[in-house]
Design a protein around this ligand. Sequence first.
Ligand code: FAD
Length: 436
Amino acid sequence: MKTVNVIGAGLAGSEAAWQVAKAGVPVRLYEMRPKKSTEAHHTGNFAELVCSNSLRGNNLTNAVGVLKEEMRRLDSVIITSADQTAVPAGGALAVDRDTFSELITKRVKEHPLVTVVEEEITEIPEGITIVATGPLTSAPLAQAIKEFNGSDGFYFYDAAAPIIDKNTIDMEKVYLKSRYNKGEAAYLNCPMNKEEFEAFREALVTAEVAPLKDFEEEKYFEGCMPIEVMATRGPKTMLFGPMKPVGLEDPKTGKRPYAVIQLRQDNAVASLYNIVGFQTHLKWGEQKRVFQMIPGLENAEIVRYGVMHRNSFMNSPELLHQTYQSRKRDDLFFAGQMTGVEGYVESAASGLVAGINAAKMAKQEELIVFPQETAIGSMAYYITHASGKHFQPMNANFGLFPELPERIRDKKTRYETLANRALDALATVEGVQVTV
Ligand code: FAD
């Protein structure tokens, strides 16, 4: 039996290796950490979450919730491990980031068909291979990929939010609540009046940002825009984004504050909280000064500062098939953020498809294209059929699903219908085990 090489044990690579091994095919999984790290990773664990600890919406009226359910049914190591290490987060699936990645590392490493090689790969290997080295692919391999694909990679920036030690939060000033009281109360909310908001915004837009290093041109990905950049977009932009107060009335006054900053639990023991939506590229000293203006955080200790990193992805519409195979080389697959799917869950989902298909190739079986009606198939369809000229990374969303035959006006009913159709379509896929 041929062995499959998987390069990178991140969200996509861990899932891909798991799926290959589960299919009875031996895998060699190459990971350069902890010997060599990236600008955003902190540990040597597999599937480390580099920013938020949230895997986003978890119900079926949300496309990423449908994607997760499909992955559960396909025995995804990422989603089943997330379920086991979840922390309270209202309607979202958030995890204790350490136990989450430790569990995945253990499960993947302990699989008898997985051999882990701690090594940086600098050239694309021969044989059936899945490249899943992520948005922070090390430079020599990034160059090799660029040369192989024969086109310039795109790049942009995104940024990680600071994490706060809960013990240093003034609990008298903040309150526990989820927006609209949905699910159990999961967020600590820091309320601001108009004057406080205006002073805070002023401090944000005048604070010093860290110098940009190797990049010539700034391009922010709208979904992960640094808070200081958002603050410059207009006096009220943040009030419609991460500082939105609706549904967050202060229980002490019964009134809606002018602005609210939310803190989300970051680990299972609830000792750490991240500032939701506050990815930032401010200098660390400036982060301390500006974020301590937030009511309740006057003496807060930032245990991990926000940082900003490069991000790169390939022009998949011109380079990949829906199986995540390279159009140039049949036995070469790409998976994860580098293919232009955006987000932890989407990256893992692409690894799942690449893994299933690489195993099929090793077993000389027919490869699978998941139906476009499924969330997993809609992502593969999007990255291979979008316009190559303006290709941008994409999160799972219902807009990628084919339209329903009839128009359903009620949004909730429409989304439920799309979700049910997706799960029905998944059940019809031949050649893969779908467990309900
Ligand atoms: P990764 O998870 O990064 O895995 C790639 C792996 O390959 C790493 O373990 C790396 O060490 C290894 N590697 C790299 N080069 C080599 C080499 N040459 N040889 C061997 N191993 C190598 N998504 C969200 O949903 N929420 C967020 O909050 C979020 N924040 C982000 C913040 C930052 C700073 C960045 C860069 C991205 C963020 N993303 C976020 C986007 C994306 O979902 C994550 O980057 C996700 O980890 C991508 O999964 P992946 O498997 O493609 O890459």
